[in-house]
Design a protein around this ligand. Sequence first.
Ligand code: ADP
Ligand code: MG
Length: 315
Amino acid sequence: MSFPSNNGGVSRPEFDLIDWIRSRSQRTGRVPIGIGDDAASLGVINDETLVATDMLMEGVHFKFPDATPFQAGRKSLAVNLSDIAAMAGKPIAAFVAICLPKSRGQQFAREVMGGIQTLANEFDVEVAGGDTNSWDGPLVVSVTVVGQATRGRCITRSGAKPGDALFVTGQLGGSIHGKHVDFTPRVQDAIRLHESVELNAIIDLSDGLSSDIHHVLNQSQVGAIIVASEIPIAEAAVANEAKTPLERALTDGEDFELLFAVGPNDSETLQHNSPCDVQLRRIGIVTEELGARLECSDGRVVELPPQGWCHQLES
Ligand code: ADP
Ligand code: MG
């Protein structure tokens, strides 16, 4: 849309960049018209169509030089793929609206787009369009992903039932030490789970387990008891002045793992025969009684509020 050149309009950095992006965008065969026209055409999506958007800002979601421009780009797409995974969907196409800091030049822009395209290729997603601007501010990248429900229906946050088991993928906490710019969106695992068991509810963990679990509980109108000793704590979740490793696993954000609910029979199935590459852990059960509670290692059961919670718990 606009990417002013700084030498009187002779060079056309916006179009050079778009040509470069276009030349590197892998065609998946699912997008009849991709980059290069006024709008993209996605052909017909038979099942429910899923659309997710997330905007990432330098200084908030990534910081330079802690993260590389490649990682900033990669993360901008990855968080959206995680949202599609959280509906058990398959991502198809991505649209990238990027606002580039003028001072950083073309190479920086290519590295950011390179991070997006590399991850897109890994997930068979076509970068099908976007918008390129520049300004005197920091990097801002907004990605929209279009996907498709698998098995004919997507899974929401609202179907958890009393008696269901709650599982999480992977390990939680300490993502700020690197994983937040380098995580694998659990797209494949969610699709495999959807194929092998009846998923009642699913969400991706972006704000921290203790916070995100409430979205599932509120929308499903149920409660839960989480067993502290079952929570998979990441090695990176080391104790700091403010939090124990367990507290970090419960409250640190940006894990981008999945939390999901399945019935008791499916829970047994998953524990003996998981279809996933990533580790699954049963961390608790869904209750009729509303609210989230935590069963501590000493047997006490305490409330688990969305933000912060009862301190001095042992991990
Ligand atoms: P228009 O002026 O008609 O909106 P643009 O010149 O902004 O078109 O964009 C030209 C083409 O390049 C469009 O297909 C658009 O979707 C695509 N595009 C622009 N920026 C990006 C980007 N950062 N990533 C992917 N595609 C892009
Ligand atoms: Mg146009």
